[in-house]
Design a protein around this ligand. Structure first.
Ligand SMILES: CSC[C@H]1O[C@@H](n2cnc3c(O)ncnc32)[C@H](O)[C@@H]1O
Ligand code: ZN
Length: 437
């Protein structure tokens, strides 16, 4: 076999059906896709590669999928900390966004987020923010995979005056990127408390027609559920169910307030859940019953949320927090074991985003979205179980190489498609302007 690239690694964790850890294996890439994954001796005998990479002490894992974020909010990191969701949002974040968010803010904020995410092994993310056309363009330029949110809220902003205009701008984005290999549009109505019934119904019809995902904040806090119950006489999940929005296309983010019948309904409909453990902890939003959801057969992925409520975009941190928190919430040390946490950050994320045929595991035929992690670092020595070290001990600084669709975007920890000094200088200037007011 002729390959473009052959990588020899000490371990490969493909996140396959049996959660295998393969020692001394090699992975071949042809035309941006995984063409072979086999023992090193066989690879050496069978594969003639244009380029070969030796990675002793490294583990290869699938690119991590950040299933919920607001990438440009990296420029608001640390602006308002230690507040509950509604105070944080209404008194700090929405006023700051009203004052500062324009296309330049989104371009600079997205680049800062990409720098952090690529360095931390994230190769795909699900975004919800204003000016998604700018985020999409920046991602396409940097070679990053993204689900770009076609946002909808009821209130006017500098981006759009009303729901019709939000949808019109979203549909333009869809038209532009419908066949792009890395950028995929998805609807992103903010929540059931900020989007009324008519636009939600329209989103449902359009999402069916265009076959795209619908990404929404749902049951994030007790206050949210009470507010919707008071205003409409039903809980947010019931509202979406009545509007026909529950199902495999719905990506429901946070889900800290769930009753048993709601968990059963999510499982019956195949609704996707995204767990954001660190954002939920920081805003004191509540605890997502991850173990109960998984036991009921619900797909649960992981997200960071925005950097203004986390305050980082680090899925190694989320895997660890998710695994630890699940044990505390379920009162059981075997809730969310390391293999499950890695699966949530990879395969489950891909499935939530409707990308499970393309990414999420290192299997022949899938896109070559690959991350090489150096386990020789003191943080991960000695090494009994690679997966355990990745989830419970590794830091994102141990990510050395990243490929997306076969293109190398990080080499020896250095980004190849982004300009770090320029990105950091732009972020510093935004910080100085925003802090002055
Ligand atoms: C319509 S663009 C997205 C909108 O969502 C806001 N946001 C960020 N994090 C959260 C969160 O955890 N819950 C609710 N809303 C959030 C963000 O500031 C944008 O305005
Ligand atoms: Zn969010």
């Amino acid at each position: 076999m002729q390959a473009d690239l052959l990588i020899h690694a000490d371990w490969v964790l493909p996140v396959d059906a049996s959660d295998s850890t393969l020692a001394s294996h090699s992975l071949a890439v042809v035309d941006g896709h995984i063409a072979a994954l086999l023992p090193r001796a066989q690879a050496e005998a069978q594969i003639d590669a244009a380029k070969t990479l030796e990675l002793p002490g490294h583990a290869l894992i699938p690119g991590l999928v950040n299933a919920h974020t607001h990438s440009p909010m990296s420029l608001l990191r640390g602006l308002a900390d230690d507040l509950p969701l509604m105070t944080w949002l209404h008194e700090h974040i929405w006023p700051a966004e009203g004052r500062w968010v324009d296309q330049e803010f989104v371009a600079d904020g997205t680049r800062l987020a990409l720098l952090e995410m690529l360095r931390g092994g994230i190769t795909c993310f699900n975004d919800m923010y204003f000016h998604a056309e700018v985020t999409a363009r920046v991602c396409a330029e940097a070679g990053m995979r993204v689900l770009a949110g076609m946002i909808v809220v009821d209130f006017p902003t500098r981006y759009a005056d009303n729901a019709d205009e939000y949808l019109r701008r979203g549909l333009e984005l869809h038209e532009h990127y419908r066949d792009h290999p890395l950028v995929r549009p998805a609807f992103a109505p903010h929540s059931t408390y900020a989007v009324s019934e008519a636009p939600l119904t329209r989103v449902r019809t359009l999402a069916d027609e265009l076959e795209v995902q619908v990404h929404i904040h749902l049951h994030e806090t007790r206050d949210e559920v009470q507010q919707v119950l008071r205003a409409h006489g039903e809980r947010p999940i019931a509202r979406l169910d009545r509007l026909g929005l529950l199902g495999p296309q719905l990506v429901a983010v946070h889900m800290t307030q769930l009753e048993d019948d709601e968990i059963a309904r999510l499982a019956d409909t195949g609704t996707q859940v995204v767990h954001c453990p660190e954002s939920n902890l920081k805003l004191a939003s509540g605890f997502c019953p991850v173990q109960d959801l998984l036991a009921a057969g619900v797909n649960v992925a992981l997200g960071t949320d925005g950097a203004a409520s986390n305050n980082d975009l680090n899925l190694f941190g989320e895997m660890r927090t998710a695994a630890l928190l699940a044990k505390g919430v379920a009162g059981s040390a075997n809730a969310v074991p390391a293999e499950q946490a890695l699966r949530m950050a990879t395969w489950n994320g891909a499935k939530a985003l409707g990308l499970e045929d393309t990414v999420g595991s290192l299997e022949v035929g899938k896109a070559a979205d690959i991350v090489a992690v150096d386990l020789g670092d003191p943080h991960t020595q000695p090494l009994y179980h690679p997966c355990s070290q990745l989830v419970y001990a590794a830091g994102s600084h141990q990510v050395r190489h990243v490929w997306i669709r076969g293109r190398q975007v990080l080499r020896d920890g250095a980004p190849l498609t982004l300009d770090p000094p320029a990105i950091i200088e732009a972020a510093r200037q935004w910080g100085a302007r925003i802090a002055q007011e």
